[in-house]
Design a protein around this ligand. Sequence first.
Ligand code: SAH
Length: 347
Amino acid sequence: MQMEKKDIRAVSKEQLREFFVTSGDKSFRGNQVYEWLWSKGAHSFEDMTNISKETRAMLESNFVINHIKVDTIQRSDDGTIKNAVRLHDGLVVESVLIPTNTRTTACVSSQVGCSLDCSFCATARLKRMRNLEPGEIYDQVLAIDKESRLYHNHPLSNIVFMGMGEPLMNYNNMMKAIDMIISPEGLGMSPKRIMVSTSGVPKMIKKLADDDVKFKLAVSLHSAIDEIRARIMPFSANFPLADLQESLEYWYKKTKSKISYEYVVWKDINDNKESIDALVKFCKYVPCKVNLIEYNPIDDGEFQQASEEATNAYIKALEASGIVVKVRRSRGKDIDAACGQLANKEA
Ligand code: SAH
């Protein structure tokens, strides 16, 4: 029986250097291969033109490169691009390029499906099939960087972990991918241009703070009242808002980095004064800003966007308390590329 070959991108640079020394070559060969794998994004050993044929064949017999393949690209009228990304085992995730006049943002997936069960989100219905490997997260970013250069004439400027999955439930792989994205040996991007969005897992938020990360954090809050939150985000019944608050205070104390709260206002769910007051109060615990996101319908109408007056009432109350609030319009709705709409419909 043939042994399954190891994904070479799961091997660290140091291990690669050692591998070459043990094979009777120079450790420096490890650096060359590492550069091909990460900063040059090689998808095959064939691509590694400054490595001898024999060495490439030797690598081929020991390792595989589990790279992604962008299967289909959909382009929205507003310039948003959605990639259906096929993984080496045939599963599919989606990532999105969101352009504005001055920048392009990549919205990437961290899991196939999602381990959480937010009832307003299309991805939740897929359940979690598996975690993405660091290389698979990194490749999504590379693919969007390429598209940004091709269609918008400039490199990718920002990354948000707001695609499929809960990044903090795939903590180690997400961290490794980000390490490579910010490393000069990878994409060399500033961590300030990266935002990780979580539905709010207190223990992992504290871990992020302990790991001294330099990227930004967004929390999908949607309600600052436990009972409402547990109804629309059932997993959160195990993570009461008091725990979330404590973890965010811990985060801020350690990182001094403001939190962004993602918040959708829904008709008959949180479009009331009690919900507004609760949010205003919650926003006082830690320096933050609020992004009011437009709801992207995914179903039969159980959830509906609240009226403009309701949204305005939120804005008025938040601003009166000195809290920065922005309304985020959906992008790429016509191709199901907006928040919460990623569900592999085309796959
Ligand atoms: N699991 C992470 C990241 C993925 S979801 C998180 O929860 O933050 C990215 C954002 O889209 C979250 O703020 C999520 O609450 C929001 N979202 C999910 N479904 C949505 C929908 N149908 N309309 C608008 N936003 C939605």
